[in-house]
Every structure is written in C-alpha cells, then in structure tokens.
Design a protein around this ligand. Structure first.
Ligand code: ADP
Ligand code: MG
Length: 572
C-alpha cells in the first residue's frame, strides 16, 4: 500500500483537488434531502412565492457548483490516474529495457506486453477511483444513517436492517462476476497469443496449408471466450436485477411505514420526502461497491505484477566502479570461461586469445556453443566462472555502453523495424548525416537495389522487413554496421540463409566491413572462411582444433572431415 501511495507524491495538489471535490459532492448530495424537507416544511407553509423562487435559485446555484465539482472529479481525477499510470509504465519500460537476455529467454513477449498495457490501465483506474470511492461510500453510508436517525429512529433502524442483506447479495454476485471476468482476462491473453501467433506466422500457416487447423484452434478459443463472457454477464444480470428489486422493495417499505408515521403525526411531510430521498442515496454506495470490488483485485493484481517485475534484477549492468573503455581493443582474451544456461553447462573452462585485426572463424556442429561464445563478448550473458578481458581489463569493469559500442553484431535473422529503409540503416548511428548514410549504403552494396525503388531510401520495409529479400535485409544490417563503425565485428551465420550467388555478393561487402577490424565469423559454409587467419573448430563448448585452413586440412581431423563432406555435397 505504502509503495503504491508513493506514486501520488508528485500529484499532491491534483489528488487534494480530486479528493476534496468528491467529498464535497458527496456531502451536498447528502444535504439535499434535508434542504428539500426544509423547503416543504418551512418555506411552503409561508406561501411566500418570492421566497420559494429565491430558494430555488439558491439551490440552482449550489448545484451548478456541484456540476463543476463533478467535472473536476471526472476529468482531473482521471488526469491523476493517467499520470500515475504513465509514470509507472515509464518506470517499468525503463526497467525492462535493461534486463538481460536470460530474462527475455524465459518470458513471453505477450505476457510482457500485457504487463505494460492492460495491467497498468487497471492500476491507473484504481489510482483514480480507489481512495475516493471508498471514502465517499463510507461517508455516504454513515452520513445517511445519521440523517435518518435524526429524522426518525424507528424507520431508520428498519431500513438499516434491510441494507446488510442487500450488501451481502451484492457482494456475493459481484464475487462470482469478478471471478468470471478474471477468467475472461486469462482468456484474453490466451486469445492474444493465438491471434498473434497465427497472424504473425501467417506465411508459415499458408505454406503448410494449415489454415483449417489454425481456424479450429481459433474458433475453439473464441468459443471459450464467448462462454466465459456470457457466464460473467449472467451474474451481472442477477446482480443488477436483484439489486433493483431490493432497492424498490426497501422504498416501498419506507413508503408504507412513512405513510403510517405521517398519519399518526409522528413525521412531517418534508421529513417523509427527505427520508425517501435518503433511502435512495443509501443505495449509491452499493454501486460504488460494485466498482470497488471490480477495481481493487484487478488494480492490486496489476500492481503486484508490476512490483514483481521491478524486483527482477540483472547482474549484467555497470559495476559501481566501471570505467568507459576508450582505447583500441588490442587483445581479446577468454580466460577459463565456464557458462551454463540454467543447469546445463555449455562452455567449460574455455580459453583463447585474439589479437587486433585478426580474422577468426568459428565452425563446428550446431549446438556446439559458437553463438554462446560470441554472445558473451558484448556481455549478453556473463560467464559463471573465469573471465573475458580486452586489453587485460575484465569486460565487467567497463561500462556496458562503451563495451557494446566497440562491437558490431550481424545476426542470421536480421531484425528490421517497420519504418523506412533509411530509419533502419540509421539505427546503427542515430546521429548519422545523410552523406554518412549514403556512404554506408554504397559500401554495403545496397545502392543498386535502392536505386530501383521509386521511393528510394524512404521506402517502407513492412513489418520486420517483409518487403525485402533475405539478402537485402542482410545488406541493411551490414550498412548499419558501417554506420556504427565498431572495432570488433561478429558475424553469426550471417549468410547461411542466402543462396550462393547472393552470398558471394555479400561476401565482398563483409570483406570491406571487416577490413582492419577484429572479426569473429561463425560460418556454416566453409567456402566463405578460407582466408581467415585462424579457424576454431568448436564442439560441445570446447575448441577441439585450431589453426589456419591449410593447417587444419593437413591435420586431417574434424575440420578436414567437414570440408570433405561439404565438398561432396557441392559435387552432388
Ligand atoms: P551454436 O551456435 O554452435 O549452434 P549455441 O551457442 O547456439 O550453439 O547453443 C549451444 C547450446 O546452448 C545448445 O545446446 C542450445 O540448445 C543451448 N542454448 C542456446 N541458447 C539458449 C538459451 N537462450 N537458453 C537455453 N539454452 C540455450
Ligand atoms: Mg549459432
């Protein structure tokens, strides 16, 4: 609770304005029946028309003021809620952006999107309505009781016997309803998963002509969704019907008893009318209870989820004494590096050294740990044991930003954002000028392609770059690297998905990119790495062979065998 209220701190004024207005509206609503009774009992008998009109004008002014307050409560109250929602969302986003790869390996994107959207909307609503509705509801019930008691004790007590019964019924149906609605939210996220997977994977769906299978899956989920929703509405209908009946039933009892009291001169006409009005007001908090019962569990669940996410920390961050790495990376050293994904050991006591400008190729069976080795250099993952150094400094002692700025990574699946080609290339250096971008485009051999486009570099690439071929996407990512201009380059099977001809074209771009830079190439096709300085043959997280192409061929070991196998394949 305390950690929730801290978010109100920057908006104390807004909160006071909203809360104060809500309370004031509540008080005036309570007082209105009393004023009405005065009208009837005191003003009416004077038969002074001027006074009556004056009274009416006075009331009109008071309620014009209440109208303004109501506007404040709705608008400024929601402003308070949306401000808090925004603050919490920003905080969460900032936090998520810095969590490590390990976290994202284990958390579904859909879930995180839910945390950032729906959950936070619930928190925002709770932040606005929560304190205000609870306070006004309690105040209204107590106030109404007190006023009723001052009018007529007996009638007040009888009325109040009925209220708890209605409360219990309302709470019962509400609980049922919220359980259903909560199930519904579960269904919604399931629903979202099915939709995002089948729409996101539509190319795969159509390629396998699995539309009917997907349709069945979807129809089932959609049907579950409808059924759950209908159940929730069932309880909602019971709730509102029973609530309505109870309210009118209470009013009728008050009406009969009131008539009896008035006829026996135990109550004035004005008091009678006031009593009926107050009884009506008494039912208002019940509606608030509806809202509160719905808001609280949702808002609190959302806030708990938020806090839980905020508690997940990452070890991959700047150490307090971290310094920016400024020089040129001369020597990269893996020293007895051990790494595990969970309990599974991937790298075990791995050591090697790479000098500046060296071109290294990592080859070997898939699953051997090549990608993992490379992911550790930009600290996407940290070693469990041992250390990685650049120029003899542990990379953990460097600021992440300075370390990652030195490293350029081209992956097999290039990720493109849905903007233009230019946006995507400029992602390598957000401050790049047009000339720099065009230079990168030329070096990455993208120019001939861009020249064929009517809109040139301002062409929209589609979601994830679907409007581009694999080779074109690859060249966009190379252009990004030219802009970033890192001193260490990692190419992770960057060309394995391409046909040989495209690959050859891209190879020359890569060659230009890696010139004078330290390069780590993970290669699938051995033909692409003939002229690297050294080849590491990686198997089960160990370097089992190391040397130049000639050396490894002469060794007649695993590399030789792989070479033979691929050669045989090419010859068919
Ligand atoms: P390579 O690049 O040589 O094909 P990887 O480094 O990608 O090999 O994978 C090495 C091993 O680690 C494989 O057995 C793989 O299943 C496992 N692995 C890779 N990435 C993850 C991950 N994010 N979480 C858990 N295990 C992983
Ligand atoms: Mg790999």
């Amino acid at each position: 609770m305390k950690s929730f209220f801290q978010y109100y701190k920057p908006y104390k004024g807004l909160f006071m304005l909203d809360f104060g207005s809500a309370v004031f509206v509540g008080v005036l609503e309570l007082v209105f029946p009393l004023i009405t009774s005065l009208f009837i009992d005191k003003l009416l008998p004077t038969k002074d028309w001027n006074m009556i009109v004056l009274g009416a004008i006075g009331l009109f002014l008071v309620f014009s003021f209440v109208t303004v307050l109501k506007f404040i409560v709705t608008y400024w109250g929601h402003k308070l809620g949306t401000n808090i929602e925004r603050d919490i969302r920003n905080e969460l986003y900032r936090h998520l952006q810095r969590l490590n790869f390990g976290f994202f390996d284990n958390n579904k994107t859909g879930k995180l999107i839910g945390r950032l959207t729906n959950d936070l909307m619930d928190i925002g609503e709770l932040a606005h309505h929560g304190p205000e509705e609870v306070f006004v509801a309690v105040m209204t019930v107590i106030g109404a009781l007190l006023i009723m008691l001052t009018i007529d004790v007996k009638l007040a007590l009888i009325t109040f016997c009925i209220v708890p019964i209605i409360c219990i019924l309302t709470i019962y149906f509400n609980k049922k309803m919220t359980t259903q609605f909560r199930r519904l939210f579960g269904n919604v996220s399931q629903f979202n998963d099915v939709i995002s997977e089948s729409i996101g994977g539509i190319r795969l769906v159509q390629a396998f002509t699995n539309e009917r299978f997907e349709e069945k899956r979807f129809l089932q989920t959609n049907e579950d969704f409808r059924a759950t929703k209908l159940k929730a509405y069932n309880f909602m209908s019971w709730n509102s019907s029973i609530g309505y009946l109870a309210q009118k039933f209470t009013l009728i009892i008050v009406l009969i008893l009131g008539c009896y009291f008035v006829l026996n001169n135990a109550m004035s006409y004005g008091e009678f009318v006031a009593f009926i009005m107050i009884t009506d007001i008494l039912f208002k908090p019940l509606q608030s209870i509806n809202l509160i019962i719905e808001l609280f569990p949702k808002g609190i669940a959302g806030f708990n989820n938020f806090q839980e996410l905020m508690k997940t920390t990452t070890d991959i961050k700047d150490e307090p004494n971290a310094i920016a790495f400024e020089g040129t990376p001369q020597v990269i050293s893996y020293e007895n590096v051990t790494f595990k994904y969970g309990d599974k050991t991937i790298l075990d006591d791995l050591s090697f050294t790479i000098n500046r400008g060296e071109k290294i190729a990592l080859v070997g069976p898939s699953g051997g740990g090549k990608t993992t080795i490379c992911s550790m250099l930009p600290r996407f993952y940290d070693p469990v044991d041992g250390r990685i150094t650049i120029n003899n400094v542990d990379i953990k002692q460097m600021t992440l930003e300075s370390l990652r700025n030195k490293i350029g990574l081209v992956q097999q699946d290039v990720f493109l954002f849905s903007g233009t080609l230019r946006d995507n290339i400029a992602y390598g250096n957000l401050e790049a000028t047009d000339e720099e971008i065009m230079d990168a485009v030329t070096k990455a051999q993208l120019k001939p392609f861009i020249d064929t486009l009517p809109e040139g570099i301002h062409t929209i690439v589609g979601e994830r770059g679907t409007k581009l071929s694999g080779g074109q996407k690859q060249r966009v990512s190379i252009a990004r690297m030219f802009l970033k201009n890192p001193e260490i380059i990692i190419l992770d099977e960057a060309t394995s998905a391409l046909d040989v001809e495209t690959e050859n074209r891209i190879q020359s771009a890569f060659k230009q990119l890696s010139e004078g830079r330290t390069t780590l190439t993970i290669a699938h096709r051995l033909s692409t790495i003939r002229d690297v300085d050294r080849i590491f043959y990686i198997e089960d997280g160990h370097i089992v062979e190391m040397g130049s192409h000639e050396e490894l061929i002469n060794l007649k070991g695993r590399y030789y065998k792989l070479q033979q196998a691929q050669y045989a394949q090419v010859l068919g």
